[in-house]
Each structure stands twice: as C-alpha cells, then as structure tokens.
Design a protein around this ligand. Structure first.
Ligand code: NAD
Length: 418
C-alpha cells in the first residue's frame, strides 16, 4: 500500500483519538452497522480530499466498511493531524497522503497521489481535488460517476464552473444539506474558531472588541460564541439582510474601515478575498490580532501585511508578530489559514457526525442514482437530510410530536379560515 504521512509511529495516539471521536458520532455509527452488513459501496473507489482529523477518520472507516476502496488526502496543508493519518494507515489500512505543514507543492502532489486510485466518487472540501482533475488529470474523468462537496467555498466554485459550462461531472452539495450547514457551519465553526484563537493566544475575550467579517452561517456562530465569552461583537457585512439581522441580534454593524480602528480581535469568515487589507492594517490598534476561519487563506491579505511590516517573528506556535513602520504590532494567527483547524482540532465530532452522515449516505445515493445525474451541482435529497435529523434526535434521547390527522389536513388545505 502506498502512502505519504509524517510518522507511522504516531499511530497509537491517533487510534485512541479516533475512538474518542467515534463515541460522539452515533448517527455515523448506525450507518456503519448497516454498511458492514449490506456493503452498499462494494466495488466503488472513493478519493477523499478532506481535513485529516479524527472525524474524517471515522468517515473513512464507514466508507470502507460499506465495501468501498478509499484513499485520503488533505484539503488544507495545516489541518492534518499526523497521528490520525498514521493510525488510518497502520490500523485501518487506508492510504493517506497528508503531512501537517506540507508546502503547496507537496499538497498538490498528494492530491495527485490520491487521484491515482482512479476514483468513481470524489469527496472534496473546498474544490481543490475537482479543479485539479479538471485542469491536470482529465484522464480520471472517465471513471468518475459523481462527487460530493463539503463546504460553502467549494459549492460556490462548482456552481460557477457549472454556469461557465466547464463542470464535467455531477457534484452533490453536502454543505447545503440543512443537517450540515445549520449545525456544522454555525455551532461547529462557532465553537472551534474561538477554541483555535484561545489555544493560539490564551487571551481573555471578555471586554474585547471582537470583529467578525461575514454574518453567514459561520459568522453567526462565531459572533454568538464570542458574545458568550463576554466580547463586544462588531459585525462587518456587505449583504443588507444579513447586516439587518446582525443588528437585530444585538450586534454593532459598521464598515470594515471603521471596525479596523477599534477592533482588538478580527476574524474573517466570508469565503471572499481581501476582507482585511493594507489600508486596514494601517488603521489597526497596536496589538490587534487577526485570524481567519473561512476556507482559503485569502481573506486576510497577507502580502499587504508583509509589505507594510518592517519586521516579523514567530512569537508563539500559531502567532506571527508583524511590526509596522510606526512600531505598532499586529498578530496574525495560523498563517491566515482556518484557525479552528490550524490551532485547534476543527469541529467537535458531534456536529461532524451529521456532516459525515450526509457524506456517507450521499455516496450510497451516488452508487444507486449517479448515472441519472447530469454535470451540475445538486442538493442532497431531502429524505437523507430529514432522516439524519431524526436519527440525531433519537441518539440524544429527544422525542418530538407528530401531526394529528386534523392538523395534517389543516396544513394541507385552504378551506378553513377565520
Ligand atoms: N472554519 C471551518 O471549519 C469552516 C466550516 C464551514 C465553512 N467554512 C468556510 O467559511 C466561509 C463562510 O461560510 P458560510 O457557510 O458562513 O458562508 P455564507 O455564504 O453563509 O456567509 C458568508 C457571508 O460573508 C459575507 N461577505 C461576503 N463578502 C464580504 C465582504 N467583503 N465583507 C463582509 N462580508 C462579506 C456574505 O454576505 C455572507 O453573509 C466559506 O469559505 C466556507 O467554506 C469554514
């Protein structure tokens, strides 16, 4: 078996961590049980490009239990947990191509190695695997039935490929399932982004001006949790509806040019580019901390920061201190990459349980229905989404009501009124 990881000797530690995560993933465990028996993915080859974390390891195990031949590479150079990669290779015989801190060249070489499997299904997180196939590995297109996409940024990229007529195979937007983004993007990113900032810096959030760029699913979660820690949250938005929502949720809303002057901590989660750039670094207070939790490290314009700084040093493991010409210091966390994965461990297993249940059941759906799909971006079928929510509630011991016959009739008719 071919693989490329940091150190296979780390496997014991990784195995224990994978088991710990598994205990928080009851929905995925139920799917695992059924997959072991029914082997619905038998004969399928799946190449996954996901953050190499304990939760992903459990997804890989489930896909393998379902009969698939799987391979895994990282969807971000900084997010790989090397002990997890080691355990996947040693204990579960799953080939992994990922080393934390790998440079861009190695990152892409690893994507290519994963593609050597000639997958029938691609599982992407951010779109790098699919775009590599379209740009450089078109020979693997023949075997591909369909793909799945885990995050907002990837879905945006594929919709734009579809609009330009260049998308060559169907992709199912796992991100857009309600049991994914309602929970993973909001509660998962919310909690783990704060976790990443605290692990990187150990600062006190209470009383600080905490600026969140983007009030989408992730931004709402980050703002909610920062407020819970006592920070004064300021929202920066371009969408009037989201800005209004943030205002009514009780936050101050202002343009980034104003927020730049008063913020103590900045977090970008927009999926957009250059939210924080030269003019903002010029305006920031001495000691400002900047971090990103959006998919790519382009939300903070690091070349601008590098240009403005007269000095740079790594002051803590995930904290780079930039000294400006006037002596002010600006601290960049995790090289501007997803801070929740760079400095912490990504989302808690309990939310990834639902996201990855969507991935596993969508892979099964592709096996059964992939041939009917065109080269477009599709939603996860609603039955899968609802089923996952039902199973998750059951696993939490929460029961809900069902409509009475009278209520069902009322909700589906128009005759009854005042
Ligand atoms: N860190 C993680 O683990 C994690 C998890 C899920 C998603 N993501 C990533 O986070 C990003 C956001 O995802 P989301 O689901 O919240 O998307 P979303 O579309 O719900 O929200 C993005 C928000 O950013 C706003 N925005 C865009 N450009 C802006 C600008 N210039 N200034 C201010 N606001 C701007 C948009 O109006 C929108 O409200 C994506 O890149 C996604 O892939 C990261």
């Amino acid at each position: 078996m071919k693989y490329d990881i940091k150190d296979i000797a780390l496997s014991n530690e990784g195995k224990l961590r994978i088991e710990w995560a598994r205990m928080q993933m009851p929905v995925l465990n139920l799917i695992n049980k059924r997959f072991e028996k029914e082997k619905p993915l038998k004969g399928l080859r799946i190449a996954a490009c996901l953050h190499v974390t304990t939760e992903t390891a459990n997804l890989m195990k489930v896909l393998k239990a379902g009969g698939a031949d799987v391979t895994l590479c990282a969807s971000n150079p900084l997010s790989t947990q090397d002990n997890v990669a080691a355990s996947l290779v040693k204990d579960y015989e799953i080939p992994v191509f990922a080393i934390t801190g790998e440079d861009n060249k190695t990152y892409y070489e690893h994507l290519h190695m994963a593609l050597d499997l000639k997958p029938n299904i691609t599982m992407d997180d951010g779109g790098d695997l699919v775009s590599t196939i379209h740009k450089e590995r078109r020979e693997v297109l023949d075997d591909i039935i369909a793909g799945t996409e885990e995050t907002t940024t990837g879905v945006i990229r594929f919709k734009s490929m579809e609009a330009d007529g260049v998308l060559k195979y169907p992709v199912i937007a796992v991100n857009d399932a309600k049991t994914k983004h309602f929970f993973d993007n909001r509660y998962g990113t919310g909690q783990s982004t704060i976790d990443g900032i605290l692990r990187a810096t150990n600062i006190l959030l209470a009383g600080k001006n905490f600026v969140v760029g983007g009030y989408g699913w992730c931004g709402r979660g980050v703002a909610m949790r920062a407020e819970g820690m006592g920070a004064n949250v300021i929202i920066v938005e371009v969408d009037p509806l989201k800005a209004l929502e943030a205002t009514m949720d009780g936050y101050r809303v202002m343009p980034i040019s104003e927020a730049a002057r008063i913020g103590d901590i900045f977090v970008t989660v927009t999926g957009d580019v250059s939210i924080l750039r030269g003019e903002h670094f010029q305006a920031m207070k001495d000691g400002a901390i900047v971090a990103n939790s959006g998919h790519f490290n382009v939300e903070i314009n690091i070349p601008d920061l590098e240009k403005l700084a007269k000095g740079k040093r790594r002051i803590r493991e995930f904290v780079d201190e930039y000294t400006m010409a006037d002596g002010r210091k600006i601290f960049l966390l995790g090289e501007g990459r997803l801070i929740n994965l760079a400095a912490a461990e990504g989302h808690p297993a309990s939310v990834m349980d639902m996201s990855f249940a969507n991935q596993a059941l969508t892979a099964e759906y592709i096996k059964d229905h992939g041939a009917e799909l065109e080269a477009k971006v599709y939603s996860v079928p609603e039955e899968i989404d609802k089923n996952i929510a039902r199973l998750k509630l059951e696993s939490m011991g929460i029961k809900i009501d069902t409509l009475t016959q009278e209520q069902d009739k009322y909700l589906h008719s128009w005759e009854m009124g005042t």
